[in-house]
Every structure is written in structure tokens, then in C-alpha cells.
Ligand binder design. Structure first.
Ligand SMILES: [Zn+2]
Length: 332
């Protein structure tokens, strides 16, 4: 047994730090998973409390997998931003109260003795899909995670596109209407105001407030604050007219953004993640049709639009993958 353990090379801890939950796993360079854990972030404890808990949980996962901390080759962390991925510093995160200029990389390295890299959570998620998910065998991929906002990541020629000060890939804030809805970033008409899961719910709330008749109101028992994208989808499956209108509108905007991305980057794959992908053909068939209408034929013909495969593991897997394949960037 011991000998076998020695043969294992490069065990990496991948950690996806979210505002509510942390997903942690141990993975090797072949993609084999040795242990994993899902636990509450405890964000109310502030940065030091959160980090302390992560270290505690990491030690537990490592021990349960039959390793010691010194067997861990690297730690990769996906975090909400904005952040400096080169230095591993979190500037601030909406869902992590008290996180201002937190030297996450330094703190984790000090506590564990393991070289650590930190990157944007959306970048990690798409990188995970590239390494072991829907993007396997593809080198030019754009990833979109449809949730409260839209997380984005761009991989060209197999490498993550980072930009001048490493903030590229903010696809959710590409404006698709300069006179449109004001986004929480302050700009108008951001993509995520029209094509995220929240956007679907918001469209429904607005139309109901204006008096639209729909079974959505019955599903949430009159409490329109309870409307989510899932509620709208449920109504859609029941042939609700308003739900169909909202769904079509959502797909129109989602497609417009994807067409822009295809025309600019000419990727071979668009990967879409988030609960909305559970809609399957009801999403992907009309989406492909709408994208096709707005994209150069030569570009559309080589581009696949596929659902993500890794689910909630994507960010942790991608954070580990980035340490493995792009370690130089993090100066590891
Ligand atoms: Zn915005």
C-alpha cells in the first residue's frame, strides 16, 4: 500500500470558495479524485475565520484520503472577485463580507506549507470543463455560467485568456443594450441582466406586477418574491403563455451574446453551466437556431454549444487543473 502511495504523483487540492459553500477535492494529474468535501463557507466569520475553517477541512480531507499535508503538491483556489490572480489577493467579493485586499495565497501557503494559486471562480469552472468535462479534447472554448449573474471564461489555443491585469472574461458585463437595464456594476444593458437565471425570474416578476395572468403566480402561492428561473420553467412545461414569452425572450438575449462571442473568438465550443441547462432540448435547440441566425456561417458551422458536465465540482477541478497546467502564471 505504502509503495503504491509513493507512486502517486502530484496530488492537488482544488478548492471552490463560494459565498455560501466551499467545495474541496483532492485530485491527481490524471484526474483521479481521492477525496472530496462540501461544507458551509461560514462567511459571517470574516476572512480569517473562513480561511481557518478551510485549512481545518483540508486537513480532514487529506487525512481521510490517507495522506499527509506534505503529500499535497499544490493547492488551487477558485474565488469570487475582483482579485489579482497573479498575486493571489482578493480585492473584495460581494458574497464574502469583510474580504478587502485579502492575501489568500500567502495565508494558505503560510498555514499549509503548500504552494498555492488563486483564480477567478468562473475561470476555474470553465477550466475544469476543459480538463475533465464537456471541453475535453477542445482547445478553443468559451464558458458561460448562468446563475445570479453570468460568469465567463475564455480559453484560446488551450490557454486561459487573462488580459493586461488579469481581469479578462467578464462576459456577464458585455453590454447588449447601451440603453438597457442598469446593472449592479453601474453600466447599462449588461448581458447578465438579460440572460442569467436571475434575469428569467426578474422578467417574470415585472410582467406579473404589470398584471400579466400566469400560473407562475399559483406556483409561488401569490408570493412573487419566490419566483425563480425554475418556477418559470415549471410554468413553461405547463404551456403557460407568459412563461413561454419570457423563455423566448431569455433565449433571444442569450443567443445574441453567444453570437457576439462566436464572431469575435471563433471558438469550437461554447459550454453553458448552471441549473438552467437542466431544461435540455427546450433550451439548446431554440438557442442553436437563434445563434445560427446571427453568426457568420463559417464560424457557426465549427462551433458546438453544449451543456457543462461537471456540475458543482467544476470550479474545484479547474482550480486544481490550473495549478497543474498553468502553474508558471502563478509563479509556483
Ligand atoms: Zn454589469
Amino acid at each position: 500500500m505504502r509503495k503504491k502511495k509513493k507512486d502517486i504523483k502530484k496530488i492537488i487540492a482544488g478548492i471552490d470558495l463560494g459565498g455560501t459553500n466551499v467545495y474541496m477535492l483532492l485530485i491527481d494529474s490524471k484526474g483521479k479524485i481521492y477525496g472530496e468535501k462540501h461544507f458551509p463557507t461560514l462567511s459571517e466569520k470574516g476572512p480569517d475565520g473562513v480561511i481557518e475553517n478551510i485549512i481545518l477541512q483540508l486537513k480532514d480531507v487529506v487525512k481521510k484520503a490517507g495522506f499527509n499535508l506534505k503529500d499535497i503538491w499544490r493547492i488551487g483556489i477558485g474565488s469570487p472577485g475582483p482579485l489579482d490572480s497573479k498575486k493571489g489577493i482578493i480585492f473584495g467579493a460581494v458574497n464574502l463580507p469583510g474580504w478587502k485586499y485579502v492575501k489568500l495565497k500567502e495565508k494558505i501557503e503560510k498555514a499549509t506549507g503548500v504552494k498555492t494559486g488563486v483564480d477567478n471562480d468562473a475561470n476555474c469552472a470553465i477550466y475544469g470543463e476543459k480538463w475533465l468535462g464537456a471541453g475535453k479534447n477542445f482547445n478553443n472554448i468559451i464558458g458561460l455560467t448562468l446563475g445570479t449573474g453570468i460568469g465567463g471564461g475564455i480559453i484560446i489555443d488551450g490557454k486561459l485568456i487573462r488580459g493586461t491585469n488579469y481581469n479578462a472574461g467578464e462576459i456577464g458585463h458585455m453590454s447588449i443594450n447601451p440603453e438597457g437595464i442598469v446593472c449592479k456594476c453601474g453600466a447599462k444593458g449588461c448581458y447578465e441582466q438579460y440572460a442569467s437565471a436571475s434575469a428569467i425570474a426578474n422578467f417574470a416578476k415585472e410582467k406579473i406586477k404589470k398584471g400579466a395572468k400566469t400560473i407562475i403566480t399559483e406556483i409561488v402561492k401569490g408570493d412573487i418574491n419566490k419566483i425563480t428561473s425554475k418556477t418559470v420553467y415549471e410554468a413553461l412545461l405547463n404551456n403557460d403563455k407568459l412563461a413561454k414569452e419570457i423563455w423566448d425572450e431569455f433565449i433571444k438575449f442569450l443567443a445574441a451574446g453567444i453570437a457576439n462571442l462566436l464572431n469575435i473568438f471563433n471558438p469550437e465550443l461554447i459550454v453553458i453551466a448552471g441549473g438552467v441547462i437542466n431544461a435540455g432540448d427546450k433550451l439548446f435547440i431554440p438557442l442553436r437556431q437563434a445563434v445560427k441566425k446571427q453568426t457568420f456561417e463559417i464560424i457557426y458551422n465549427v462551433a458546438k454549444i453544449l451543456p457543462a458536465k461537471l456540475g458543482e465540482r467544476a470550479g474545484a477541478i479547474g482550480a486544481a487543473g490550473l495549478m497543474l497546467f498553468e502553474g508558471d502564471f502563478y509563479e509556483l
